[in-house]
Structures are given as C-alpha cells and as structure tokens.
Design a protein around this ligand. Structure first.
Ligand SMILES: *Cc1c(COP(=O)(O)O)cnc(C)c1O
Length: 456
C-alpha cells in the first residue's frame, strides 16, 4: 500500500478503522487496571519496523492489546478525578476534524472551522453573561488555558505600568487559594512569577476579603497581576465567592480576574445551581473544559476573554513568514493562546451542540446533578460513612469511618481489579478521603449504590 493516495487497499483500511470505531461507540469496554510496561511490551512485540506491519496487523495489535490496556473514561462507573462523557455526535465529528486537513489557527485558512468554534464559544460566553466582545480559543485543556490567560494578564499589567511610566516590579505575583487547581502553580513556575496564597473561609471559599488581605500583605517590590478564582474546585466542587472576589479585584485597581471553571463551569447551564456563579460575568477570562462536563471528546478547553484584544497583543507571534496572516480585521484563534498550529478542537463540540440543541445540554447537566444529589443522600444515610461537606455541584466527598489511607487504597484497587468501578483516593483537610464525581449522564443512582455497598 502506498504511503499517500487512496486506492482500494486504503479504502479497506479506512473501513476497518471505521468498523472499529462503530463497535467501540456501541459497546462500553470494561474497566481494567493498567498492565505493567513490561507485560504490555511482551504481549505486543515490535510495532515500528522498517517494512511496516500492514494495516490489518497494526489494527489487530491496537484492538487486541492497546485499546484494552487503556481505561475508557466514559464508563458510567468511572467516578475518579473528573470523568468524561462525550456524546456520540461529538465523537463522530472528532473523526472529521483530522482528515479535513483544516487548520484552526487563522481565519485565512480555517474560516469555516473557526466560525463553528466561535458559535460554540459564544454559547459559553452567553452562559457566563460576558459581553458581545468576548471570544477566545479552544486549547488542549484547563492547564493550557490557565497558562495562556495568566500570560495575557501579566502582559496587560506590564503594559499598563508602561503606559503610566511606572517602573516594573521586582516580582509579579498571582493570588489564589489552597484549593486552586495545581495547573495554576505550574503556570506560575513556567512564567517565573510568585504565588500568593489567600485563605479560604469556613465554607472553603475564596472571598474578596481574603483576596484583599493577600494583596495587601504582599512583600515590597511585588505586584499582583491576577487573581484566580475557581468555579467548582476539582476536589470538592466548591464555587468561590465570585462577586466579592471581583469587588476585591476592582478595589485593588482593576486587577485581572481569571475564573477557572475547567470542571465546574459547565454548571452554568443548569438552572438549579446557576445562582451560585453570580459575579462570574465580571471576570476578565474564564476557562470551561468541554472535555469534562460538556460532553466533548479529549482534548477541548474553552478559554474565553471578556476582551480578546489584550490576549491578541500578548500572544500573536511575529515573523516574516507569518506577516500574511497577521490581520487585525479577522479573528485568529491562534493569536489568543500559547499556540500556533492548532486542531479545530472546538468543532466536535460545536457539531454536538448544533445537532442536539442547548436544551439537551441543560437537561443532561441537571440530570448528573440530580444523580450526584441522590448519591449524597445515600452517603448521608449510611452509618459507616460520613459526608464531608454538602455538595455544591456533582462531587460528593466522604469518609468511611474507621478507615485509614491504606484501607481506601486497597478498596479502590479491588474495585478496579474486579471491574466494578474506577475511584481514586484524595485528601480532605489533610486527611485521606474518598470522592466521586458525576459528569456522565449514563451514571445511575444504582451505579453509586453498587459502589457504596462495597464499603459496608
Ligand atoms: C481539570 C482541571 C484543570 C486542568 O484541566 P486539564 O484539562 O486537565 O488541563 C484546571 N482547573 C480545574 C479547576 C480543573 O478541574
């Protein structure tokens, strides 16, 4: 078979790959623990060879060995971390994006793809109550979104000082809390900026008061360029006091407010919890990961700016060979994040939204919230379990009375080994704890009951 081209052999190969995909879409693979690297290498044998294995042998190795060695995160009893539940429509369109050879970087190349992404981005901006000017870029994940937003914020802060002929500070700092996602500390390391921790209140929320204290207590020579608030913490699903944090940012002199809703931002679509996000409309930038709770395949994070212009200034790459695409009159997603060539990864999400309509998304998110609330009731009703806090979104955190870290670990290992469920341990206020997170509309209350029954 030739490397490029499309003859009957290529067509047969594509059909067999499509058959594999159709089978996968219609059948949920079981949960299985990862093999060791040695086991897998021994089972598979050499795959990258000078002559090639041929399509059917390579696909056989994938189907027989590689696919079963990875966990399908859309299993309804995958309850660890933040799970994943792409729609069939979004998955189907993921197959279109690569082979279309359409690059999602610039309007000149990818106008159609970018129009679709902008429609989906607009829906997210509207959910958050952001103005017409809002737009951004679909990036690989919350980690890249947080980094890109903070790079924009620091650049804007530097330029503002320049504009007022103020000297640049010795150090820049970002204010966040102990429950801020680890990717913010990672971004700070990449950017070589300091992190100033702000205290959480008794409900584990970041408040404006704590932000003001953190900003006020900064060392000499340090300036705060951004505050990161979380709309749905990864560990327990708490939404920070967004309105009061926004007040503190204003009081500090229009400090950039970045809201990390990578997991929890999807709850904006659910009327039963929408009021908890009040104040989110005042953010300067926001991230929501459709690959978490908005049913898109990996990898897809929506980074949206109230005003994309500072992002364009901060991120646009300049070079002679790029001059033809640098065009302020059109919208180039690649100018708004730390990226150049990009997969139009928002398009599968757009396709599913276009197919099903936004009401279906509202109903699906509400459904997962209702299942999580029923799971909370099961925990609260069990004498041997202790609910750690009232769930605000779809994470339920709890203790098994009398258990230590090794008991939890042994239990979660056993559940995965026998294919019952995928749960991982966590810590809550420095103590080992369990949590489950429901984002999959196929997760049932019975699934949760089955898992909890194994803790008796
Ligand atoms: C998951 C998560 C992230 C990181 O997102 P990735 O898509 O895994 O890079 C950042 N912030 C929060 C609050 C998250 O839940």
């Amino acid at each position: 078979m030739e490397l490029h081209g499309f003859d009957t052999d290529h067509e047969t190969m594509v059909r067999s790959v499509m058959e594999h995909v159709l089978h996968r879409m219609g059948n949920q693979p079981p949960l299985t623990p990862a093999p060791t690297a040695e086991q897998l290498a021994a089972a598979v044998g050499p795959t990258v060879t000078p002559e090639g294995l041929g399509a059917s042998e390579a696909l056989r190795i994938y189907t027989d060995h590689l696919a079963p060695a990875s966990i399908a995160c859309d299993h309804p009893r995958y309850l660890a971390f933040v799970p994943h539940a792409p729609t069939t429509a979004a998955n189907a369109f993921d197959m279109v994006v690569g082979p279309s050879s359409q690059c999602g970087s610039t309007w000149m190349d990818g106008a159609g793809m970018i129009h679709a992404e902008n429609e989906a981005m607009r829906w997210i901006a509207d959910l958050a109550g952001l103005p017409e000017s809002a737009n951004g870029c679909f990036v690989t994940g919350g980690t890249m979104a947080n980094l890109s937003a903070l790079v924009t914020a620091r650049d804007a802060a530097r330029r503002a000082r320049e504009a007022h002929s103020l000297p640049q500070p010795a150090r820049w700092a970002v204010v966040c809390s102990a429950s801020t996602h680890s990717s913010v500390a990672s971004a700070a390391r990449v950017m070589d900026v300091d992190v100033i921790p702000a205290e959480l209140d008794h409900e584990l929320r970041l408040t404006g008061e704590a932000v003001a204290t953190a900003i006020g207590g900064r060392a000499d020579g340090v300036e705060v360029f951004a505050v990161v608030a979380t709309a749905g913490t990864t560990n327990v699903g708490v939404i920070d006091a967004l309105g009061s944090v926004a007040d503190a940012c204003d009081a500090a002199g229009s400090t950039w407010l970045h809201v990390d809703g990578a997991y929890g931002g999807a709850g904006l679509v659910a009327p039963s919890v929408r009021h908890r996000y009040d104040g989110i409309e005042r953010c300067d930038s926001l991230v929501i990961d459709p690959h978490k709770w908005l049913f898109s395949p990996f990898d897809c994070a929506a980074l949206v700016y109230r005003d994309p212009e500072p992002a364009r200034i901060a991120h646009t790459q300049h070079a002679g060979y790029l001059e033809p695409i640098i065009d302020k009159a059109v919208y180039n997603p690649c100018d708004h994040a730390h990226v150049l060539t990009r997969r139009a990864r928002g398009v599968p999400f757009w396709f599913s939204l276009a197919v099903h309509g936004t009401d279906a998304y509202r109903d699906a998110v509400e459904h997962t919230l209702a299942v999580a609330r029923a799971g909370r009731d099961l925990v609260a009703a069990a004498d041997h379990l202790e609910l750690l806090l009232e769930p605000e979104l779809s994470v339920v955190a709890f203790l098994r009375r009398g258990w230590h870290a090794n008991d939890y670990q042994a239990w979660s290992d056993r559940l995965l080994a026998d294919g019952t469920a995928m749960l991982t341990t966590t810590t809550f206020e420095d103590e080992p704890a369990m949590r489950f997170c429901v984002v999959n509309p196929r997760t049932t209350v019975d699934d949760l009951a089955t898992v909890l029954a194994t803790l008796a």
